[in-house]
Design a protein around this ligand. Structure first.
Ligand SMILES: [Zn+2]
Length: 67
């Protein structure tokens, strides 16, 4: 199942959305986006944990938007 990440869910005003087939790939995309757009060059363990907590399965995302 594909994984999705909405940067907005992370507390910002950024509309970037990431999507990947695996959690690992998505984390890489998020890290790159964070470095480029948010100047987050060093991801701490705590930061990664927060990011991981906001990653969702794509199917859940679709269900939520239908409510
Ligand atoms: Zn962002």
């Amino acid at each position: 199942m594909a994984k999705v990440f909405n940067c907005k869910d992370f507390g910002g005003v950024c509309n970037w959305k990431g999507r990947a087939d695996t959690r690992e790939e998505l984390l890489r995309k998020i890290a790159k986006h964070g470095a480029v757009k948010h100047n987050m060059k060093d991801m701490s363990e705590a930061m990664l944990a927060k990011i991981a907590a906001t990653i969702r399965d794509e199917r859940k995302e679709l269900n939520n938007s239908r409510k």
